[in-house]
Design a protein around this ligand. Structure first.
Ligand SMILES: [Cu+2]
Length: 334
C-alpha cells in the first residue's frame, strides 16, 4: 500500500507547489511511508489504517450533515432523529476509534521487544553529531561517527543516550524514533529488511545546528558488514605520500588531537568524533558535507560558518598549504 500512484499524477500548476511539499515525503532515503524495516512497516500500515479511519468518519459525518440540511424537518420523528445522532455521532466514532486504538496497542510489544537481538550498537547524540560505538566479536570497542552500517534481516538493539541535551534518534525508513536523554539509556530495536542507503536525523530540537545533525545508514549483507567492521577495528593507516605525512605532522602539532582520536597515533581526544577511518565515511560533519579532500579543507578552515555554534574552532588562521595537507592526510584515513 504505497503512495506511488498519487506521486505520479500531475496537478494544476497553482497547486503544484503545495502538493510537492506535501508529497515530498512519499519516497526516498528518509521516508516513513517507504518502509525498509519491520518497525517502519508496522508504523506505515498503522498510518494507512488511521488515515482510512479518519476519512471514513469524515465521509459519514459530512453525509449526515448534508442530509440534515436537505431533509424536511417533518421527514423524521424525534425518535429516529435521536438515533441518527446517537449512531452517527457517538456509536460509530467510538467503534472505529476503539478498533484503531486496539490495533495500535497490539503493535507496541512487537516493536519494543529485544529478544533475538544479533547486534548491539551504542549511539550518543551530541551537539551536533552522533557518536557510534560497536563491539567486535573479539570484544574490542570500535568508535566512529555519523554513520551506521547494519546487516540485513537481523535484529539490532540501539542503546541511546546523550551527554548534553535531549536529542531524538530517528531512521524513518527503518522504524520509530526514540529520545536520547542525558542520564538515561533508552533502547530501540530495529530490523532492516532491505539493503540500501538510508538517512537518519535528529527529531528533537537540540540547539542552533539541530537541522545539521544527520547520519547515513547503510544496510548490507552479513559478509560485507563483517568485512567493514573488521576494517573499522584496525588502527589508522600510516600516511604514505609526502603531502599526507606533512598533513599528519600539522594535525598533531595544531592541537587537533586534544579533541580527536586517531587510533595508532598520539591523538587521543574524545571531545569530537573519532577520526581513525574518517576518510572512509560517506559524509562529513553529520551529513553536512560530502567526504572528499575539498570538503575536509573547507570544514577545517570554516567549521563555524558551515555549522553555526559548532563545538570545534575554525582553523582558518592556518596557512592554506597546511590546511590542504591535513585534508589529504584525513581523507587518506580509509
Ligand atoms: Cu539533536
Amino acid at each position: 500500500m504505497r503512495l506511488i500512484p498519487m506521486c505520479n499524477f500531475t496537478p494544476a500548476p497553482g497547486s503544484r507547489l503545495l502538493l510537492l511539499t506535501l508529497l515530498a515525503g512519499c519516497e526516498g532515503q528518509q521516508s516513513a511511508l517507504n518502509p525498509a524495516g519491520v518497525g517502519a512497516q508496522s508504523i506505515a500500515t498503522l498510518f494507512w489504517w488511521m488515515g482510512g479511519g479518519a476519512l471514513l468518519i469524515w465521509a459519514v459525518v459530512m453525509g449526515i450533515a448534508l442530509y440534515a440540511t436537505q431533509a424536511h424537518p417533518e421527514a423524521h420523528g424525534i425518535r429516529s432523529a435521536r438515533w441518527l445522532i446517537l449512531g452517527g455521532g457517538i456509536i460509530f466514532p467510538v467503534v472505529v476509534l476503539t478498533a484503531l486504538l486496539i490495533y495500535g496497542l497490539t503493535l507496541m510489544p512487537k516493536l519494543s521487544s529485544s529478544e533475538n537481538v544479533a547486534l548491539r550498537i551504542a549511539v550518543s547524540g551530541e551537539q551536533w553529531w552522533w557518536r557510534v560505538r560497536y563491539r567486535t566479536e573479539a570484544g574490542d570497542e570500535v568508535e566512529l561517527a555519523n554513520e551506521i552500517r547494519l546487516p540485513v534481516g537481523e535484529r539490532v538493539a540501539f542503546s541511546l543516550t546523550s551527554p548534553d541535551v535531549i536529542h531524538s534518534f530517528w531512521i524513518p525508513s527503518l522504524g520509530g524514533k526514540v529520545d536520547m536523554i542525558p542520564g538515561r539509556t533508552n533502547v530501540l530495536v530495529l530490523e532492516p529488511t532491505e539493503t540500501g542507503t538510508f538517512r537518519g536525523a535528529c527529531a528533537e530540537y537540540c540547539g542552533t545546528s539541530h537541522a545539521l545533525m544527520n547520519f547515513v545508514v547503510q544496510v548490507m549483507s552479513r559478509e560485507a558488514f563483517d568485512r567493514w567492521l573488521a576494517e573499522q577495528a584496525e588502527p589508522a593507516r600510516s600516511p604514505t605520500t609526502d603531502l599526507q605525512q606533512s598533513g599528519q605532522r600539522a594535525f598533531l602539532s595544531n592541537g587537533c588531537g586534544a579533541c580527536h582520536q586517531v587510533r595508532g597515533t598520539e591523538a587521543d581526544g574524545t571531545v569530537g568524533p573519532d577520526l581513525t577511518h574518517v576518510g572512509s565515511r560517506l559524509s562529513l560533519a553529520a551529513g553536512t558535507l560530502p567526504s572528499d579532500v575539498d570538503a575536509f579543507e573547507r570544514w577545517i578552515g570554516h567549521s563555524s560558518a558551515i555549522k553555526p555554534d559548532v563545538k570545534m574552532p575554525a582553523f582558518g588562521m592556518l596557512p592554506g598549504a597546511q590546511l590542504n595537507a591535513i585534508a589529504h592526510y584525513l581523507s587518506g584515513l580509509r
